[in-house]
Write a protein that binds this ligand. Sequence first.
Ligand code: UD1
Ligand code: CA
Length: 497
Amino acid sequence: MNPKAFSVIILAAGKGTRMKSPLPKVLHPVAGVPIIKKVIDAARGAGAQELRIVVGYGEALVRKVVEPMARVVSEPMVRAASEPMARASSSDASAGSIVCFPQTSQLGTADAVRAAEPGSLQGVVVICNGDHPLIESSDFDAVMREFHDTQASLAVVSADLKNPGSLGRIVRHKGDLRAIVEVSDASKDTLNIREVNTGIYVVKADVLNKYLPQIQNHNAKKEFYLTDLIGLAIEAGEKVIAIKARKQVAAGVNTQGELARATRVLFARKRRALLDAGVLMIDPTTVYIEDDCEVGPASVIYPNVYMRAQTKVGAFCVIEPNCYLAQARIEDSAQIKANTYLESVVIGAKASVGPFARLRPGTEIGPDAHVGNFVEMKKTKFGARSKAGHLSYLGDATIGEDVNIGCGTITCNYAVDKQKYRTVIGDRVFVGSDTQFVAPITIGADAVIGSGSTITKDVPADALAVARGKQIIKENWVSRTKAASESQDGPKDQTKE
Ligand code: UD1
Ligand code: CA
């Protein structure tokens, strides 16, 4: 066993009453990711061997989110220069198995650790709260380094805060760590202490298993406090230290306000990473890009853009204002113009989409294609260099290369039998404006569709199809009609009609 290896117990059984939400606290999304996933990823990134998650409130739901993470290996994303790429490498991430341990009633943080059956753990154990989403792998790295360097038996991770709020206070005597005191049990003097307990502990398994059973619930809340481990171990003469961490490590989420603050920090972190990687942003503070998204260098992101769900934008792309991109893949040098909504789509290199386009799941736009304003597509493959410049609905369609779709074209894909049918349009077809294709229908390559047609039958390649009422001309009809009516009735007083 690697002497630097460690296991992690994550406490996540609490309801999070102050969130005033039925969702278990640790499942609330922070910048698009469940809070607890941030903690799990940070621990795994630092090389955690085994993760034990203590679950209670909303157990089934928490398991549903957490257990699949045991299999998912996250790919490296665009990262800040300060975060080494190796962190997210698959070999690191796969190291940490994830097992949930139920805590039947929430009797306190020490009781939660007991629920994780620490008796079966060896080596070094890290215990942390599941509600601190700003923690990063580098924080775990730093803490582990100091723990090993000092050869301590037990360490609590602390931070100095201007407003220590409801966090447990680190009590020292002549500089030496003495105890952690919870706010509900603290004297006025103790409340003035600015050094707080971040809720992270590093402990040798045998030390944990020696003192954990001794913890009592003799406190204001009648809970079993894990914080009492510190006082007990110090009294018994163990080497116990406090390791200082960044302020953000102490930022637990207990309220919606704290969640919103953490969300802001994570979005800012992502923006900084992207700016460092060469992405241009006109006004970064208005751009929201979730952590699992990527943007290539020299791409420009205008204000009010939101990207989520593994959206990948290539290099040299332009994303104009007010665009929403979810699970979108935008290839190099593509341009997404203002107010465009993209969901589960692929946009080929150098294509341009929008303004005001809506491309729905299953749409693929070929390279150099053009999709203009007020065009909606769904499950449509749109070939290279094809154009749909204005006001069209193209659904369940396969459209070839170099096709021109005239303004106001509609694929009538939904039939009275409530089934969806496909429209297939070959390469180089020219579709005149205001055409309807009543699917299922196939248009052969190079065909021309006269504008205003309602096409109900397949059109062979190379043919012209026109399907509209014939135009009738009646020469001088207006003046003749007028003269006829005047001679019959005499001039009319228009105002009386
Ligand atoms: C705890 C610490 C406090 C520290 C703070 C950091 C104790 C007694 N206090 O306080 O010193 O400053 O964290 O955020 O440990 N949980 C369970 N089962 C339980 C109780 C809690 O799993 O029976 C879990 C919660 O889901 C949560 C974590 O433990 O993820 C911390 O619990 P919480 O009630 O938020 O503790 P704090 O009052 O914040
Ligand atoms: Ca907390």
